[in-house]
Design a protein around this ligand. Structure first.
Ligand SMILES: [Zn+2]
Ligand SMILES: [Zn+2]
Length: 193
């Protein structure tokens, strides 16, 4: 599966991508609302993210079709890693006839565009925390609830990749994924024990 975003070199050769460079040292999380549900429509932040994604696709000469946009929107409003079958259920609430391939094809596109991450450890999908980030960060994935935090630490990432190459390996994909337990789930676990 092709899962790579344009490299820094690609970005440098494309003037339109220049503004995608951003601060090196930050982490985003959408961990703030563990009880979020789908009943409140699309939050303004999701609308802004969708507009950004649309622009990003246009610059790449690709189209964020209504179905791709809807799948991305579902992932944005979910705010955490979500299983494909759950996305399909959500799609069927909106378009009752939605077939699995429709959703999988949309996910494939979003993955290849780099707008979405496949979260291997829990077999789910999550929106990239910076929709126009040219290099993915290091993902920390709550194994309990699917919260995903993306650490943008290029120096750390490069050091890790260098060590991996020193050991004679290369990464099989562009994702580095760490298994974790988020603070909300740690608290729930502490309260339950
Ligand atoms: Zn990312
Ligand atoms: Zn959690």
């Amino acid at each position: 599966m092709k899962n790579a975003k344009p490299t820094a070199a690609d970005a440098a050769s494309t003037p339109g991508h220049a503004h995608h460079a951003h601060a090196a040292d930050h982490a985003h999380s959408h961990a703030d609302d563990p009880h979020h549900d789908h009943a409140h429509g699309t939050p303004a932040s999701a609308e802004a993210a969708l507009a950004l994604a649309e622009e990003y696709c246009r610059e790449r000469g690709e189209k964020l079709t209504p179905i791709r946009r809807k799948v991305l929107e579902l992932l944005l409003t979910s705010g955490r890693a979500t299983k494909a079958y759950s996305l399909l259920d959500d799609m069927r609430q909106i378009h009752p006839g939605s077939a699995p391939p429709t959703v999988y094809r949309a996910l494939d596109f979003l993955l290849s565009a780099g707008l979405v991450h496949k979260i291997e450890s829990i077999n789910a999908f999550a929106v990239c925390h910076d929709l126009t980030q040219c290099q993915h960060g290091i993902l920390v994935v709550c194994q309990q609830c699917g919260n995903v935090t993306e650490l943008h630490q290029p120096a750390l990432r490069e050091a890790l990749v260098a060590q991996i190459e020193n050991a004679g390996y290369r990464l099989a994909g562009d994702g580095i994924e760490l298994k974790g337990l988020c603070s909300a789930c740690q608290a729930a676990q502490a309260a339950g024990s």
